[in-house]
Design a protein around this ligand. Sequence first.
Ligand SMILES: [Zn+2]
Length: 165
Amino acid sequence: MVLLNPGETVVRQEHCRMESRPGLLLLTNQRLLFEGRLTEGFLTQAFRGPRMATLLDAPLHQVSNAHLDRRLLGRPSLRVDLLGKFRTFRVSDAGAWFTAIAAAKQQADHPSPWTGQPSPVVLQVQAPPPPPPPPPAVVRVRCPYCRTVYDEAAGKCPSCGSPFY
Ligand SMILES: [Zn+2]
């Protein structure tokens, strides 16, 4: 089983041979993968059956080139350059694989600017203005001498002049 990354999709796949090893060649929009049989002892294989393992897991940026390996007889093979290492795949249509790898690599090298992620929006939030101070409480008092009602803040009776106490 090949585990795909989030956003990774299989572009092309084919059961073929990598060198002489049978397996499954997978091209995704991120990687070139080959899942094949592990080399095990004859008795182990006979007892357990063949075990599969990911024998190649190359991100597309490691795929530096691809060739159609033409032979005198039979269909051309697909040869892929992986940072100086070569892998040959006996696929049925090497030309179609070449085109698909080139397209996937170009897509990966020049990804669309639209990533599907919403761009972060910076909100300028202004603090609400502070509430106005409450009006000072007005305490009304009655003058004990002339019965005039006045504001306590005045300090003395505006009518008779007697001080507030
Ligand atoms: Zn008074």
